[in-house]
Design a binder for this molecule. Structure first.
Ligand SMILES: [Zn+2]
Length: 82
């Protein structure tokens, strides 16, 4: 639990730095805007869903194409609002 707390603290610190740099809300990996609902649930998120998923399942090389980023975000929004 202690380590998890420290990691969370670092993530929040990093988010605050991104607010200062005015890059908050943008994926630190591909640069696309992070889903608003995702930011509501996880305000210190550094990665968009695409990059997060790619991170978690790196064997799936199809995810490395970020071109579909925006449409995917809208799909997510639809799922959440239903
Ligand atoms: Zn991304």
């Amino acid at each position: 639990m202690r380590e998890k707390g420290a990691a969370l603290y670092r993530s929040i610190r990093a988010a605050l730095e991104r607010i200062e740099n005015q890059t908050y809300g943008y994926c630190t990996s591909c640069g696309c805007y992070i889903n608003r609902k995702r930011l509501d649930a996880l305000p210190w998120a550094e990665l968009c869903l695409d990059c997060q998923e790619a991170n978690e399942s790196q064997r799936d090389e199809l995810k490395s194409d970020s071109a579909g980023c925006e449409s995917k975000v809208f799909e997510e929004d639809l799922h959440v609002s239903r």
